[in-house]
Design a protein around this ligand. Structure first.
Ligand SMILES: C[S@@+](CC[C@H](N)C(=O)[O-])C[C@H]1O[C@@H](n2cnc3c(N)ncnc32)[C@H](O)[C@@H]1O
Ligand code: SF4
Length: 451
């Protein structure tokens, strides 16, 4: 397969381009935002409104070599139980600050591996959450499930607590690749877990798989995708494997010389993409596929797709509160991030205060740029009229911003009287084009950042 050499020249294969799950991105948060701002922003949530809640569990029983998530391996239950106690205490503090009548449009448990909690801890945690804010009618409760770290008792506990969406980590079904990336998980096990999740009435199942893995080839990724399709997931996240061994030391176990070339990566993505499209999935954003009747696919068609720290979402809530070490919250006023180290987070919570240690209060053009970047990542286009309607910006200023991107990307972007558009052939460049609107991502910052 041949690829447009322009794509490579324009930075397609640069692993350091942000994934823009926020703007500004987390490396640009500063220490000016603290627990006082976080409490104040929570207090400003309108009474009776719907918000999103994220609970972070940064522990795993196994540490997969490929994984770039910040998570702690543990075989003993002690640190996990202590952490659950901290989450319960954090929920109690949140309860003191949260205005009356707030309900949850989304509740997500992620990590790490939230399913390493025991069934009784899961139930206690869910009960404490709903005591602070019950689910809104039609709300969605989703959990990241490692198929190796789940059993019937825990699935029953999650189902009783109201889990109605689940996400399973698959990565790749090829046994040789699984060995190379330190993540062994048989097809039979994954299929069995998917069936057991569905048997509990969970309406929607997501699966994560990766392209760009060592020794991955066209036939191998085709085989993996076809196996995945037999599980009929409602959504699929097809992430590009980020090989950053200088940041994630476990990845040093993976032979760098077995990594596909940038051109092969693109070809692997396209092979997988075609298989999903042939099977009737709808492409959503830069790296998701969903059944046409799925909420995320419907949101994309309606122009209502959003992007947050968990990736793409159809959640319309303007506030997302993240609990647990390193979790990030988003408010109309800005972002607030909890202390990253579990010990520092625990200490603050045990002292009865939030652990917020970094963040960003929106100022100047932040929200305008955030909207442009989110629209490009979700819709590959941004409407001039909508920006002029929603922001205090002149047509001349908007044009100057659009022309800067044209200067960098030439005919890989299109500016019309109505919109700034990323045409189909330039879609693989979306993150790079979004970066042209990032005022914090200076050449100097690029030099010192990683993924
Ligand atoms: C928190 S983890 C998954 C949850 C659960 N612990 C599991 O393993 O099934 C979320 C996802 O991040 C993705 N991920 C982790 N490391 C990555 C990397 N280096 N590059 C791209 N995606 C990665 C994987 O697809 C993974 O399923
Ligand atoms: S992939 Fe999942 S189980 Fe493996 S280290 Fe990452 S978070 Fe833990």
């Amino acid at each position: 397969m041949t690829h447009d050499p322009q794509l490579a020249r324009l930075g397609l294969f640069d692993a350091r381009v942000p994934r823009y799950t926020s703007y500004p991105t987390a490396p640009h948060f500063g220490s000016a935002v603290g627990p006082g701002d976080f409490a104040h922003w929570i207090g400003a949530i309108p009474e009776g409104s719907e918000i999103s809640l994220y609970l972070h569990v940064p522990f795993c029983r196994r540490l997969c070599w490929f994984c770039a998530c910040r998570t702690q391996g543990t075989t003993s239950d002690e640190p996990v139980y202590a952490y659950v106690d901290t989450l319960l205490a954090e929920l109690a503090i949140l309860r003191e600050h949260l205005p009356r009548g707030v309900t949850l449009s989304r509740l997500h448990w992620g990590g790490g591996t939230p399913t390493l909690l025991s069934a009784d801890r899961m139930e206690a945690l869910a009960e404490a959450v709903f005591d602070v804010a019950p689910m809104a009618p039609g709300g969605e409760f989703s959990v990241e499930i490692d198929p190796n770290e789940i059993d019937d008792a825990r699935l029953d506990a999650l189902a009783r607590a109201g889990m109605n969406r689940a996400s399973i980590g698959v990565q790749d079904f090829d046994p040789m690749i699984q060995k190379m990336i330190g993540r062994e998980q048989s097809y039979a096990l994954t299929r069995d877990v998917a069936e057991r999740i569905r048997a509990r009435g969970v309406a929607s199942l997501n699966a994560d798989i990766l392209y760009g893995l060592p020794s991955q080839s066209g036939p191998r990724i085709s085989d993996s995708v076809q196996k995945l399709l037999t599980l009929s997931p409602d959504r699929v996240a097809l992430y590009g494997y980020a090989h950053v061994p200088w940041m994630s030391r476990r990845q040093q176990m993976i032979p760098s010389d077995a990594m596909p070339t940038p051109e092969e990566r693109l070809s692997l993505f396209e092979t997988a993409r075609k298989l999903f499209l042939w099977d009737g999935y709808q492409e959503v954003g830069i790296d998701h596929f969903a059944k046409p009747e799925d909420g995320m696919a419907r949101a994309q068609r309606a122009g209502k797709l959003r992007r947050n720290f968990q990736g793409y979402t159809d959640d319309p809530a303007p506030v997302l509160i993240g609990l647990g070490a390193s979790s990030i919250s988003r408010f109309p006023q800005g972002f607030a991030q909890n202390a990253s180290a579990t010990a520092a987070h625990t200490k603050a919570i045990r002292e009865g205060r939030f652990s917020t240690h970094r963040g960003h209060a929106f100022a100047g053009e932040d929200t305008l740029r955030a909207r442009i970047i989110e629209a490009l990542m979700c819709d590959f286009a941004v409407s001039r009229a909508e920006l002029l309607r929603d922001f205090d910006v002149t047509p001349a200023r908007l044009d100057a911003m659009f022309q800067k991107a044209v200067g960098e990307f030439g005919d890989m972007v299109r500016v019309t009287a109505e919109a700034f558009v990323i045409p189909d052939r330039a879609k693989p460049l979306t993150r790079m084009i979004a970066r042209a609107f990032d005022a914090y991502d200076t050449a100097q910052a690029r030099h010192s950042s990683a993924v």
